[in-house]
Design a binder for this molecule. Structure first.
Ligand code: GLC
Length: 520
């Protein structure tokens, strides 16, 4: 049975990517397309650069601008993309104000609550069977789309989009679900209302029901333990396959690792580090508290005795980047910081390093450890969330190990794991065995994609049985020229009478605007 789903997210690689969310959204959508699902993706128009065939509008509440502009186009292998513009959404960075110490934009609540309203309206217009929300940026949509056909994926509970309680009336009949600990909290609402809730790894699904990881929502999540399931993210094979990676100076596979040596050499050259027999430890990370970069800075002084050299690449919090630079400048022979994320350089760090350090305090899934294993780079991780799910400690489980696991996110435990990893790496036979297991594990989206598809089908089937799909008044509308009929499905139907957002304009106000869609 084919199912039509709308995936809503704040990021979609390659159009917009701040962290793993963009890569995960694209990877899942691409895989679902291969599995035969019909996938549409809706993202905010920050603006994003892509060639669109169509411009149209959807009705949203007055506080959200009354109408949201939508640009629709097709992205290779992914499907139909809808970039939605609501007031204030256009910014140089999706979430953070660079002029304000990289803190969130002060109006992020309004920007993304409005985006959520537009997501629901797009879902109605496209007549999708299932709406798949991702993280808080999309969560407000649950106020305006049938929750029994809606699911939520949680990529990071640390961000909930909570705001002043004064927001509640904006969410109409379902407003009460948005109230949590004296704040308006859209993520809490989606957790309470959505038919299914997914975390991006099984380990994180267990953790989030505890106070240590639940970020205040552990009670809500425990109350929904039945609909809650962990599905580990996959890796997008188009992006992560060292045998074909176009960003690398040389390609390689487990059968022939010569190309990996070329990548390592290039990495040392590009970072100005001396050729060394010691292992090169890579980190591709966001500079935020979650990722434990501060813990790493505390152990840099030990690198000369381990011995190992460290290359850190990524963007994020200015204060953390500056701290890392200061520490690196005191150990120039052992550490380099390359800040400012670049896709090609990130691939070089992952493929050219010998070990990959992922010392997170919590990690809903984590992609770099899987990228590393695909490239024969041995991961050194903390025992949390998706890291614990994907990396098996080689000392604890000889014969099965795929990396080295620190039992806690602390300096002594990380130093111990790093020591063990360097020892393991120096022993060529052990190194090869660990590399082989990592490189031959299936990290693709194939299995996780099927798990998502099963949930979509359940949701679609349940609703098909319980509630007849609402009949929409058919209305004639102008067609854009040179656009395939599939792109215009939404132009041929009216809104669902009972499901339009509260203060939305009536159908008749909106229709003509939609009908004016034109080929861009
Ligand atoms: C967030 C999480 C990370 C996860 C990614 C994709 O960035 O912090 O662990 O891998 O989302 O789901």
């Amino acid at each position: 049975m084919s199912v039509h789903v709308l995936i809503a997210a704040a990021e979609l690689d390659p159009l917009v990517k701040v962290g793993g969310l963009g890569e995960a959204t694209a990877g899942l959508a691409r895989c679902l397309d291969l599995l035969g699902a019909r996938v549409d993706v809706v993202i905010p128009d920050y603006p994003v650069e892509f060639s669109h065939h169509l411009e149209w509008t959807v009705p949203v509440p007055e506080w959200a601008g009354g109408q949201a502009q939508v640009r629709s186009g097709y992205l290779d292998d992914i499907g139909e993309i809808h970039a939605v513009s609501v007031p204030g959404i256009q910014r140089p960075h999706p979430y953070n104000d660079p002029a304000n110490g990289h803190d969130g934009w002060l109006d992020n609540d309004r920007r993304f609550y409005a985006f959520g309203a537009a997501v629901a309206a797009v879902a109605h217009e496209l007549e999708v069977e299932v709406l798949h929300l991702n993280d808080w940026h999309t969560a407000s949509a649950v106020a305006w789309f049938p929750p029994e056909r809606t699911m939520l994926s949680i990529h990071n509970l640390a961000h909930q989009g909570d705001a002043d309680l004064g927001w509640l009336p904006a969410f109409g009949d379902r407003a009460r679900a948005f109230e949590h600990l004296g704040r308006c909290n859209p993520l809490a609402a989606a957790i309470r209302l959505c038919r299914r809730v997914v975390t991006v790894s099984p380990g994180y699904a267990r953790e989030v029901m505890t106070p240590a990881f639940g970020c205040g929502l552990e009670g809500e999540l425990a109350a929904r333990a039945d609909p809650l399931v962990g599905i580990r993210n996959g890796l997008d094979q188009q992006l992560w396959n060292p045998a074909e990676d176009r960003y690398l100076p040389a390609n390689f596979s487990f059968g022939d690792l010569q190309g990996k040596a070329v990548c390592r050499k290039e990495l040392l050259h590009r970072t100005g580090l001396e050729e060394t027999p010691a292992p090169v430890v890579g980190m591709v990370t966001r500079f935020v508290d979650q990722k434990g970069i501060d813990l790493v800075l505390e152990l840099v002084s030990f690198l000369s005795t381990v011995p190992a050299v460290l290359v850190v690449h990524g963007t994020g919090d200015r204060a953390l980047i500056n701290a890392a630079r200061r520490v690196a400048s005191m150990s120039p022979a052992h550490m380099r910081v390359a800040d400012g994320y670049r896709e090609d350089f990130a691939h070089l760090v992952v493929a050219g390093s010998d070990l990959m350090f992922v010392p997170s305090r919590f990690e809903p899934c984590g992609l770099t450890q899987m990228q590393a294993m695909t490239c024969g780079t041995i991961p050194v991780v903390t025992e949390v969330g998706g890291l614990a799910d994907t990396v098996i400690d080689t000392d604890r489980h000889p014969g099965r190990g795929t990396g080295f696991v620190a039992s806690t996110p602390s300096v002594p435990a990380l130093l111990d794991a790093l020591h063990r990893a360097c020892r393991g790496w120096r022993n060529r036979r052990r190194r090869n065995a660990v590399q082989r297991r990592g490189m031959t594990t299936d990290w693709t989206w194939h299995k996780p994609g099927q798990q998502y598809l099963e949930i979509y089908r359940d949701l679609a089937a349940l609703t098909a049985r319980s509630t007849p799909r609402p009949q929409r008044p058919s209305q004639s509308s102008q067609r854009a020229v040179d656009v395939e009929p599939r792109h215009l499905v939404h132009l041929e139907s009216g809104p669902v009478p009972n499901e339009s957002p509260p203060a939305a304009r009536r159908a008749d106000d909106v229709r003509p605007a939609v009908a004016q869609a034109r080929s861009a």
